[in-house]
Design a protein around this ligand. Structure first.
Ligand SMILES: C[S@@+](CC[C@H](N)C(=O)[O-])C[C@H]1O[C@@H](n2cnc3c(N)ncnc32)[C@H](O)[C@@H]1O
Ligand code: SF4
Ligand code: SF4
Length: 494
């Protein structure tokens, strides 16, 4: 990670030289290339020497100072690094705002990783507040730091693996399952009881680096994440590491509220609400223990409390089967009424031969017609609409699947149960029993990246044409003899 800081810093310096923003000579560029080389060899002392012996004009440049601060940081000379960062930020002894910025830089780098850095950030914030007692952001940040300290989020030392793997090799999307329990029972869902397992909250600290380096954190899991009693703590912990719009959640929407809207405001990368019905009648029939009007009220209260950009990132989801697909065009109107800009239509994946009657394979033509009509209504309503159709798709090579590189699915007990939600049960290792890096960078994972050898990869839903029977059944059932027999039967039926 430290290597990444320096590498980024050196490359941005070289970029600005090549774009002519900094008027450096050839030898300066050569000098920087040497620094890059030293950095790659983790020879930070050599990099520091080179920086100290650079041309005086170069040493005055902000980029050079920034780089030096990063190199000092890699050499664990944090005090000197901090001094240098202060110099880069141009902090004057009476500038409260800049002290705040400085604390932010420090927090952004190694947020809460060690007590020492935490103490430094707090010192800077107190300094800022001493100069400007009413500074809102400094007060808020300080409160946040105190909150994390009292919750025990601040560790004496990092609990994660010491090995430095490059940032870009970590997963882009990290799926952290909070629970496999659910508060309702959907007709489409394979679960048949309310039991399940929850994440043991302190285990989340073990994912610190993976969270920091991911672009998107998904909390969905196989259950309903909003019933997890520590979901607010999970959000606070993630926010303590990441400051961007990184949250992704798929929810049944029943527990959305004004309070959760406030908690997720400014943070939603994507929120998908699975309603699977457009009318109270169908919803109340298919979503046992839930109620259409109260779910709609809760969604409205949630939406009112998020910001404009969050709202643009909300999707209403509909899993279509033989018993509900005729409501798809009404679903477009419902999205319009709720002010939700996007609809996705998924197809019901059957987990058993008994439920195969519900798959869209039985209503191909009528389903296609309804999708065509709904697409038109969506265009008129200004709603983004996506759905697969029969008769249009060809096979896509499964090697195009980027999931083993981009996504990591961590079950509540730490098992990495496969690279995606189509792979069924498979164990790639346990990140809570060992550590994230041991599993993600393991030989087993590497093999999957090279070969896509799982049974599920051979008939994977997104890579199988919609007309293919395999595209309408979930991963586990496809491994069984019962399913092979069923396929033969379908193949030979008129
Ligand atoms: C397993 S759920 C978990 C999240 C949350 N409880 C929910 O329902 O949105 C994740 C997604 O899978 C969808 N889903 C559940 N059962 C399905 C099935 N048999 N076929 C296709 N999609 C299904 C849900 O509608 C939801 O969009
Ligand atoms: S809400 Fe989600 S997890 Fe719960 S029963 Fe429905 S599909 Fe399954
Ligand atoms: S099952 Fe499908 S999505 Fe999952 S890794 Fe294999 S090919 Fe990719």
């Amino acid at each position: 990670m430290k290597l990444n800081h320096v590498f980024k810093s050196v490359t941005s310096t070289l970029d600005s030289i090549s774009q002519g923003e900094e008027n450096f000579e050839y030898r300066d560029i050569y000098n920087y290339l040497l620094i890059v080389a030293s950095t790659f060899g983790c020879n930070f002392s050599r990099a520091l020497d080179l920086l100290n012996n650079s041309e005086p004009a170069l040493q005055d440049s902000a980029l050079h100072k920034q780089l030096k601060a990063d190199v000092l940081y890699c050499l664990h000379d944090e005090d000197a690094a901090l001094e240098m960062y202060v110099e880069v930020a141009g902090i004057k002894p009476n500038d409260a705002y800049l002290f705040l910025q400085m604390a932010r830089i420090l927090i952004g780098r190694e947020k809460y990783e060690t007590k020492r850095k935490f103490v430094n950030a707090r010192k800077l914030l107190n300094h800022s507040l001493a100069l400007a007692p009413e500074e809102y952001h400094a007060k808020k940040l300080l409160e946040e730091l105190q909150h994390f300290e009292s919750c025990g989020y601040v560790h004496e030392a990092s609990q994660t693996a010491a090995t430095d793997f490059p940032l870009f090799l970590y997963p882009k999307t990290l799926f952290i399952f909070l629970t496999t329990r659910c508060n309702i029972r959907c007709r489409i869902c394979a679960r048949d009881n309310h039991s399940g397992i929850d994440l043991d909250f302190p285990n989340i600290y073990k994912l610190e680096k993976a969270i920091r380096y991911a672009e998107i954190i998904d909390l969905t899991g196989w259950g309903e994440c909003f019933i997890y009693s520590k979901i607010k703590d999970v959000l606070h912990y993630i926010y303590s590491i990441k400051s961007d719009r990184c949250m992704q959640i798929t929810t049944n929407g029943t527990l959305l509220s004004a309070e959760f809207g406030g908690l997720l405001a400014g943070r939603i990368h994507r929120l998908t609400i699975s309603l699977n019905a457009a009318t109270a009648e169908t919803y109340n029939r298919d979503m046992k223990y839930s109620n259409f009007s109260s779910t709609i009220d809760n969604i409205k209260a949630f939406i009112e409390n998020v910001d404009e950009l969050d709202r643009k990132n909300i999707t209403l989801h509909f899993v279509a089967h033989t018993g509900n697909f005729r409501e798809i065009s009404e679903f477009v109107s419902l999205a319009k009424e709720l002010g939700i800009p996007t609809i996705s239509i998924g197809n019901f994946l059957s987990a058993s031969i008994q439920d195969s009657e519900m798959t869209l394979l039985h209503v191909k033509n009528e389903y296609n017609e309804i999708i065509t009509i709904s697409e038109k209504i969506a265009v008129e309503a200004g709603i983004n609409f996506s759905a697969r159709k029969f008769g249009y798709e060809t096979i896509k090579p499964v090697q195009d699947c980027k999931d083993p590189f981009d996504s990591c699915f961590i079950l509540p007990d730490g098992e990495v149960g496969g690279p995606c939600c189509f792979s069924g049960t498979y164990s790639l290792g346990n990140v809570y029993e060992s550590c994230f890096e041991d599993v993600w960078f393991s030989e087993k994972y590497e093999r999957l990246r090279r070969t896509r050898h799982l049974e599920a990869c051979r008939h994977c839903v997104p890579f199988t044409p919609f007309d293919d029977v395999e595209c309408h059944f979930s991963g586990e059932i496809k491994k069984t003899d019962e399913f092979s027999n069923y396929k033969q039967l379908v193949k030979h039926s008129p």
